[in-house]
Write a protein that binds this ligand. Structure first.
Ligand code: NAD
Length: 540
């Protein structure tokens, strides 16, 4: 059975909202070194964030106005000009140091992430590991991704063409609350390395983590004003879209559509990392010993508040009952808790709004005839926003959770009689972010993967092998997004491509002008002969 761990350690003294010290769990003078980094001057208001573990007020900080957004972008633009002129070696050195610093100072950010998001420490550590991997990857491979490329010119030898990657200028990043460290830096690291500046608008609930990132970047040697944070909600996000040169948005599909429309008006580039309704197929030949713990992690890491999290479990009927028995037992054993330590498997949902959404989805499915194999209840005994890890069977087509993203610890089971049927079920969604296939026949699983409409397909794992492979692009098909983060694609997205073509030969009388000076039909005849020869020689 799930065991609640009462708030232990540092958090224990802060749990009682009646204590004067708990007016804000983090007192103003503790957070001030972070909050003074917010770009704000017009005192448009104050935001109060909440400690999800208890519902107590966590911290208060000033909000930015649209004028502050304009000023942040102007400051970033002026700093970016000098940054773009630095060498790639100077820039990669910053991210080398950042990767080391994030590991050295991990306990600070792990506490902060847990306090802002309510997640278990092991889910918070995934963020630290992800950032360390992304820094290492881009420090090593970034210069190669950004290097100039020679391509064959119009006239062999006489036309020299090089293709360059130039920074776009100021990249606006809009981030959600679910991975406040990792999602911020997976946009910022490639953008900065490419020579851009970044203005970030985090979710209000996780603003302190974003400000800690700003502090860390400064310590790693990033010059002033290249990474600025504005604080606020959707209005400030929209103001950012109106000013920057590229928008890297991570969040829901509904908001992504609005951001895309606004960015489209300005003809700026976008990278949109949106929602999912991710399926996981356990084939008839899967190794259940490794599948059971792997599928538990795939469904319930970060309480299911993970874009790549599995919400649809597709089981081959030959193993369905055996798998489900063992899976349900493992889910019942998950430990829920509030400690700032590694004792809990699963933490809280982030907010009352998330709890309401998860409860609504589960109650709706149960009312329409589904059965809760495990869970299906609010765990207020652990904390105000905790929800039990939940496995639903027999969810009808018209239930909310069969089509909409729940974004919580809820997975629905479907049984299939063949791989073909599994592929059909997996693709039967408007989304296409992540999918997982479990089979001992990897070649067969690869063939199935080719038929699944999803940006990542992970074989014999839920999500970590794709997300953690920083060199591999990650993003969505269909309504799950546009563009990719990570790898070559992630850094190319925040650059403009520039072709520089040099025409040689004028000094030796071998220019196009010399040719056209021949007059009449002659230039066309000469060029036709030359084109014919190039075709025969298969010159590109
Ligand atoms: P959300 O769309 O409500 O908010 C995301 C961010 O957008 C927040 O910072 C918010 O303040 C801002 N915002 C809201 N309205 C805006 C507007 N009109 N213009 C500009 N910015 C605006 O999403 P959420 O609930 O915070 O996050 C959960 C969602 O994010 C889920 O759907 C999840 O799947 C998705 N997500 C996707 C990925 C991915 O990589 N594909 C990663 C994490 C989360």
């Amino acid at each position: 059975m799930s065991t609640a761990h009462e708030g232990e350690g540092a958090l224990g003294e802060l749990l009682d909202p009646e204590l004067p010290a708990a007016t804000y769990v983090l007192e103003p003078d503790v957070v001030e070194p972070l909050t003074r980094r917010i770009v704000t001057s017009h005192a448009v208001g104050t935001h109060r964030s909440t400690l999800p573990f208890t519902g107590a007020p966590l911290a208060a900080f000033p909000l930015s106005s649209p004028e502050d957004v304009a000023s942040a972008v102007a400051r970033a633009r002026s700093a970016q000009a000098g940054w773009a002129r630095t060498t790639l070696r100077e820039r990669t050195a910053v991210f080398d140091r950042l990767g080391t610093l994030v590991l050295e100072r991990q306990s600070e950010i792990l506490d902060l992430i847990q306090m802002e998001s309510g997640k278990a420490r092991r889910s918070a550590f995934e963020e630290v590991a992800d950032v360390a991997m992304a820094c290492r990857h881009y420090a090593v491979r970034g210069p190669g991704y950004l290097g100039e490329r020679r391509v064959p010119g119009m006239l062999p030898v006489l036309t020299g063409v090089r293709v360059h990657r130039r920074p776009v200028g100021v990249v606006g990043a809009i981030a959600p609350w679910n991975y406040p460290l990792s999602l911020v830096l997976s946009e910022a690291v490639p953008a900065l390395l490419a020579g851009n500046a970044v203005v970030l608008k985090p979710d209000p609930q996780t603003t302190l983590s974003a400000l800690w990132v700003a502090e860390l970047l400064q310590e790693a040697g990033l010059p002033d004003d290249l990474f600025l944070v504005v604080a606020g909600g959707g209005g400030i996000g929209a103001a950012l879209v109106d000013r920057v040169d590229h928008i890297a948005f991570t969040g829901s599909t509904a908001t992504g559509r609005k951001v895309a429309a606004r960015a489209g008006e300005r003809l700026i580039g976008t990278t949109l990392e949106l929602g999912g309704k991710n399926p996981l197929y356990v084939a008839a030949d899967a190794d259940l010993d490794s599948a059971v713990p792997g599928v538990v992690r795939a469904c319930f890491s970060n309480s299911g508040q993970l874009c790549m999290s599995i919400e649809r479990l597709v089981l081959h009927e030959r193993i369905a009952d055996a798998f489900l028995d063992r899976f349900a037992a493992a889910v019942r054993d998950l430990v829920l808790g509030t400690g700032l330590d590694y004792t809990a498997d699963m933490g809280s949902l982030v907010s009352a709004a998330q709890l309401e959404r998860v409860t609504r989805h589960v109650d709706d499915a149960l009312a329409k005839g589904a059965r809760a194999v495990v869970g299906g209840v609010h765990r207020s005994d652990v904390g105000p926003y905790f929800y039990a890890p939940t496995v639903l069977d027999g969810v009808p087509e018209d239930a909310l959770c069969s089509r909409e993203e729940t974004f919580g610890p809820v997975v629905a089971v479907t049984r299939v009689g063949s791989d073909d049927e599994a592929v059909r079920v997996m693709n039967d969604t408007e989304f296409g972010l992540n999918a997982s296939i479990w089979s001992t026949d990897v070649a067969r699983a690869r063939r199935l993967a080719a038929r699944v409409q999803s940006g990542t397909v992970v074989i014999n794992d839920g999500y970590a092998s794709a997300w953690g492979s920083a060199g591999a692009p990650m993003g969505g098909f269909k309504a799950s997004g546009q563009g990719r983060r990570h790898g070559r694609e992630g850094i190319e997205a925040v650059t403009e491509v520039q072709t520089v073509a040099v025409q040689r030969g004028a000094r030796f009388g071998a220019s196009l002008d010399t040719l056209y000076a021949l007059g009449g039909e002659t230039p066309s005849r000469v060029l036709s002969v030359a084109l014919g020869m190039m075709r025969r020689l298969r010159l590109p």
